[in-house]
Design a protein around this ligand. Structure first.
Ligand SMILES: Cc1ncc(COP(=O)(O)O)c(C=O)c1O
Length: 410
């Protein structure tokens, strides 16, 4: 027997990529500096523009693009604050793709609006522009479009539809630090872009989030929604709206400034390695990279999705392929962030003003999430080209041994 799952020797016997997070004495120094400064929250800096969070916000705008950045506690509350700043609330329908992390949709419900699930493009796993337009009703006010894994939806069409139907666009960029569409950063194309800096993400402080916007008024509103209703330039004890405290700490700002320094190199490395892997997959029937749209001028990613075509892989079910890959020492996950999020109990059991989500059916999202989508973590792409070659060797080994693979018990 050749395959490790059937008792053969496994191919990957050394670590691939890098462990995450990556840090060194820069983070240690920055944290100690923050400790000794005695300024542990952003409002404590004498010159507010010189605090750690404020300086990270400037740096992030420089890296990602756009005009204004407001750092917040996490990516979920970033979406909530953006929707609130856009005036979205009760009675409003907000479109959201069926395949994403649950927070893209629960954030909509948490501002009392109604999430409306939209099918995805089966070749990119991002929201389908056609399905998006078809889902619009007189109550549709906005869409939370997700750069899934880091790969953008067709932003030209999304923006065209938004203009035609007067919709607000929040780009959920929790996976898309570094991604660019036609040279413009993800998160700078719609009304707002929101980011997560949670531990696994390609830019992290353990937890954290950010909101980008190019609009001065929206930036003030986002600031207000993250700062208990205060307005920039107004007295400290004057509150303008009902809002929570979503402020990021100076500790997180200090870490993020260090992490951001590595971001251009890391983004380039991930992208270069992914291109090498994609090229190699061309020779392995049954495994396809996402066909990159030339308008995706930079592809930053949190996970790299690709396709499993069972019919070209000896009709082996994806679950068997995943087990066999793992036995060879390579970790591949179900892609496109798992399953359709409307299948979660939070939607299936929704009551009150919520629609009956048991009736929702997005056929492409259901098919690709159960049969087709595969995913590799960004950490694997931070290593050398050799790592990509070893991954390709694993895939080739399985493809060359489909007859053996067929004997694996499901
Ligand atoms: C697509 C997407 N949106 C939003 C979030 C929420 O981010 P956070 O975990 O920082 O709240 C995540 C987190 O993984 C995500 O994957």
């Amino acid at each position: 027997m050749n395959l490790a799952i059937l008792g053969g020797s496994k191919l990957v016997t050394r670590p691939l990529g890098k462990t995450w997070p990556i840090w060194d004495e820069r983070e240690e120094k920055a944290l100690l500096e923050t400790l000794h400064s005695g300024i542990w929250w952003r409002g404590g800096a004498k010159d507010l523009a010189k605090g750690q969070v404020a300086r990270f916000e400037d740096g992030f705008v420089e890296f990602q693009g756009g005009k204004h950045c407001v750092c917040v506690t996490n990516g979920t509350q970033a979406i909530e604050a953006a929707l609130k700043a856009l005036g979205i609330g009760r009675g409003d329908e907000v479109l959201v793709p069926a395949l994403t992390f649950v927070a893209s949709a629960t954030a909509i419900a948490l501002v009392n609006a109604t999430p409306v699930f939209v099918d995805v493009d089966p070749e990119t796993y991002a929201i389908s522009a056609d399905a998006m337009e078809a889902a619009i009703t007189p109550n549709t006010r906005a869409a939370v479009v997700v750069h899934i894994g880091g790969y953008p939806p067709d932003m030209d069409r999304v923006l065209e539809i938004a203009k035609k139907h007067d919709l607000k666009i929040v780009e959920d960029c929790a996976h898309a630090h570094g991604t660019q569409w036609r040279g413009k950063g993800a998160g700078t194309l719609g009304d707002f872009g929101t980011f997560s800096f949670q531990m696994g993400k390609a830019l992290t402080a353990g937890e954290g989030g950010a909101i980008l916007t190019g609009d001065d008024t929206l930036a003030e509103l986002a600031y207000s929604y993250h700062h208990i209703g205060r307005m920039p330039g107004r007295p400290f004890y004057e509150f303008h709206r009902l809002a929570s405290n979503l402020r990021m700490t100076e500790w997180q700002g200090a870490i993020l400034r260090c992490q951001l320094e590595r971001m251009p190199e890391q983004t380039g490395r991930r992208e270069k390695n992914a291109a090498h892997l994609a090229q190699g997959l061309r020779d392995i029937p049954g495994l396809d990279a996402i066909e990159r749209d030339p308008r995706v001028t930079r592809w930053g990613f949190y996970f790299w999705d690709f396709h499993y075509r069972k019919e070209e892989f000896g009709d082996i079910p994806r679950s068997v392929f995943l087990k066999a890959v793992a036995a060879e020492g390579l970790s591949v996950s179900v892609g496109a962030h798992g399953g359709c999020i409307y299948k979660n109990p939070v939607f299936q059991n929704a009551t009150g003003e919520m629609p009956d989500y048991t009736k929702v059916h997005c056929p492409d999202a259901e098919r690709v999430s159960t049969e087709q989508a595969l995913s590799l973590t960004h950490k694997l792409f931070l290593g050398e080209t050799d790592d990509m070659d070893l991954m390709l060797e694993v895939f080739r080994k399985l493809r060359d041994n489909v007859d053996e693979l067929r004997t694996v018990e499901v």
